[in-house]
Design a protein around this ligand. Structure first.
Ligand SMILES: Cc1ncc(COP(=O)(O)O)c(C=O)c1O
Length: 450
């Protein structure tokens, strides 16, 4: 019945949507996607590009986490210098150049208060490649185990990666299992003895919940007890702006599972923190103990039973034989300034939190609701993402309907969320000069649908 009314309301507004109704309809049809609302991030990007091109109208783009800021200047300068020195003609070492490894090790000490020797600090082609390489080793170190447990909602491509590899995985939406409740939920999976690795992002993409020390301790303790490896994805490191994580070597530090187990790998992307997405470089940080741990079952795939050795000379060698030489020097240049305290990267990215406050308000004033709205007992923080819904709509239908209003997002359905009514909004690409247009379009949507 609700769907029928939605259909009627859509049909009656055919000529009067901010973006030409017929063109949007035709582009959706031409996309070949059976359900546009379940499209991947990149599929939505492509569709919106095409609608923009055909209509000449700019969208308020909230579907993809592209940094909306300039790249960290120290990185650009260091890369140019490195290229002028001629590094482009040389193969970089797979484990990373010395300067970078040392700066990564310093960074985790100064911003997470964790000691990892440079050996276990390895550049990857974005955190995307970090997770791919991780699965290739963590899910193959014990033939009795089957795969990754994702603490969802999560970044959809990470599941695409395990599917492509043919690994098993399981997942659950953490929202109803916060705090101490997380322990019994995790145990239901770990007790099967089949979980080789546990992956989550913190702050969380897409819900922006931030795990507490209590929760990280639960994850760490259980990982040790059940011999699973935690892959902690810190793509949004330091961006829980309710705390000031910006001072090197001074508390508070970015919370991390590394304080509670030795069974960890951290993935620290440079894409968002340093607006360096285009250079495709991230950091993989493996605990000293895990790096040197031996897993006889790794010999099924690699020449060594050593964990760290298999990551570098097995997985990363096979994937790309290292990371672009100049990008490594670029990231080393950024980290040096950040570590020395001469560049406060968090000051730059705080803008995302400021935009989230304004954008959330606009949505709420126009009949929308926040989906993941609480961080245990506090309102969810303002950061890179927020999640929203509109009464009477599923997320999948809402995504499609919003396209006629020139607003794009992704459905929570593709993130492993149990909140099927929701969409994820990413604030980064929305410029402040688009706020007025966003507000006008949201108002019109509200008027047309209430
Ligand atoms: C949670 C999460 N992990 C990993 C990534 C990928 O990062 P990178 O650009 O370093 O590959 C992203 C990018 O959006 C992300 O949101």
């Amino acid at each position: 019945m609700v769907a029928f009314f939605i259909y009627l309301s859509m049909a009656s507004k055919e000529k009067n949507t901010p973006i030409d109704f017929k063109i949007v309809k035709q582009k959706i049809k031409a996309s070949g996607l059976s359900e546009i609302g379940k499209g991947s991030i990149r599929e939505i990007v492509r569709l919106v590009n095409e609608i923009e091109l055909s209509t000449g109208k700019e969208f308020v783009r909230m579907e993809m986490g592209v940094p909306g800021l300039s790249p960290a200047r120290a990185g650009v300068n260091a890369e140019i210098e490195a290229l002028k020195r001629g590094v482009a003609s040389k193969y970089p070492m797979i484990e990373g150049v010395k300067e970078l490894k040392e700066e990564i090790s310093r960074f985790v000490k100064l911003f997470l208060n964790v000691d990892v020797s440079p050996q276990g600090c390895i550049p990857t082609v974005g955190s995307m490649m970090g997770s791919m390489a991780a699965y290739l080793v963590v899910n193959r170190n014990d033939h009795t185990k089957e795969g990754t447990l994702f603490i969802d909602p999560g970044f959809p491509v990470q599941k695409q990666q395990v599917r492509v590899l043919g690994h098993d995985f399981c997942s659950f939406d953490i929202y109803e299992y916060r705090g101490e409740k997380l322990r019994s939920k995790l145990l239901t999976y770990l007790k099967t003895g089949k979980v080789s690795s546990i992956l989550y992002s913190n702050p969380n993409n897409p819900s922006w919940i931030c795990l507490t020390e209590e929760e990280l301790k639960i994850i760490g303790d259980l990982a040790t007890e059940y011999d699973a490896i935690v892959i902690e994805d810190l793509a949004y490191i330091g961006m829980d702006f309710r705390e000031d994580f910006s001072k090197p070597g001074r508390p508070p530090y970015q919370p991390t599972v590394a304080n509670y187990t030795d069974q960890y790998m951290l993935l620290i992307s440079s894409s968002k923190a340093f607006s360096y997405a285009g250079q495709r470089i991230g950091m993989m940080v493996i605990s000293d103990k895990l790096f040197y741990r031996k897993y006889p079952d790794l010999k099924r795939y690699y020449t060594s039973d050593g964990f760290g050795y298999s990551i570098i000379y097995g997985a990363l060698y096979a994937l790309s034989a290292g990371v672009s030489h100049s990008a490594q020097y670029g990231l080393a240049g950024i980290l040096k300034e950040v570590n020395d305290g001469t560049y406060n990267y968090i000051e730059d990215v705080k803008e995302y939190g400021e935009k989230a406050i304004i954008m959330k308000k606009m949505f709420l004033e126009n009949g929308f609701r926040l989906v993941y709205d609480m961080d245990i007992d506090k309102p969810i923080a303002d950061g890179f993402y927020f999640t929203f819904s509109f009464p009477g709509y599923t997320g999948v239908d809402l995504l499609e309907e919003l396209l006629y209003y020139g607003i794009s997002a992704i459905s929570l359905d593709i993130t492993g969320s149990e909140r099927h009514e929701g969409l994820r909004a990413c604030v980064s690409q929305v410029r402040k000069d688009q706020f007025e247009v966003l507000e006008t379009r949201l108002k019109k949507f509200y008027n047309d649908h209430s």
